[in-house]
Design a protein around this ligand. Sequence first.
Ligand SMILES: C=C1C[C@]23C[C@@]1(O)CC[C@H]2[C@@]12CCC[C@@](C)(C(=O)O1)[C@H]2[C@@H]3C(=O)O
Ligand SMILES: O=C(O)CCC(=O)C(=O)O
Ligand SMILES: [Fe+2]
Length: 347
Amino acid sequence: MSSTLSDVFRSHPIHIPLSNPPDFKSLPDSYTWTPKDDLLFSASASDETLPLIDLSDIHVATLVGHACTTWGAFQITNHGVPSRLLDDIEFLTGSLFRLPVQRKLKAARSENGVSGYGVARIASFFNKKMWSEGFTVIGSPLHDFRKLWPSHHLKYCEIIEEYEEHMQKLAAKLMWFALGSLGVEEKDIQWAGPNSDFQGTQAAIQLNHYPKCPEPDRAMGLAAHTDSTLMTILYQNNTAGLQVFRDDVGWVTAPPVPGSLVVNVGDLLHILTNGIFPSVLHRARVNHVRSRFSMAYLWGPPSDVMISPLPKLVDPLQSPLYPSLTWKQYLATKATHFNQSLSIIRN
Ligand SMILES: C=C1C[C@]23C[C@@]1(O)CC[C@H]2[C@@]12CCC[C@@](C)(C(=O)O1)[C@H]2[C@@H]3C(=O)O
Ligand SMILES: O=C(O)CCC(=O)C(=O)O
Ligand SMILES: [Fe+2]
């Protein structure tokens, strides 16, 4: 897994200087965003609310399917991930970002690498800098964590391992709720494996830190993007910041609901459903009172699997909206064309 995704970025290196991190005390021009830096920067905000779904509801598949079709995102409660584990991953994230910057830079992501400390890869598509720092985990974090915490790395590796196990199971469950609502059956997705439990799928964990900001209205934590995943499951601490975009309503904030998780459809699930589920545009705003942490589980298919619109979801009189491609091939397109990728590959 790690070698596969790393290959993508070896051929698409990005250069985002890390050697001179900002002190996050004032907002220099390089961090000041205006509508010309991002067309949707000042698009209207709405007080609509994202669907909140209790996974123990008897109508759960219908609710998940409806949220995926109308929003491409929703929040979940009763998801089965122990709250102790959510506390642990939040503790890990806080401990990581509170390390002195020189220590964090020991685990800096290389220009053509994928794991480690740095700014989000999408930074290369914008003229202005984002008010955040990130850490990406793909495969074992042992090598990087040993540099960050020479004597406590094993404890942190265990948290990541346990978090990945729970998230993988939850992602598989959500996937069947969502696809089941469209009439897709287990036999329709061979790559879900012999037990239809999606063993063999790949994932990245992205830890994000948005320090408090002196002028939040002019800053951007993480600019508008879609995820290249099948699905992303995000845990946010008790501070709001995530917003999702809907053409008809504008930006909608996902408020932190204690113990809940936010789920969003990614580009590959949009492709798999032949466009039925929108891959939702989202971003993270910042505030001047509290720093914010978020922990994203970015879930995708096994590396050798070709993803294409499921025949059942394609009108027999029309051609599928998208061609077949692997996650790795899609990430390579995304590394060049960013938010235009879906329209570039569309048949
Ligand atoms: C698997 C991946 C998805 C991701 C690129 C990556 O290889 C690892 C980091 C992921 C992330 C997290 C923050 C937002 C995002 C757009 C980015 O810049 O890096 C996503 C990437 C993605 O979904 O395309
Ligand atoms: O921090 C957030 O709320 C959003 C994070 C995100 O979109 C990502 O990591 O892909
Ligand atoms: Fe995202």
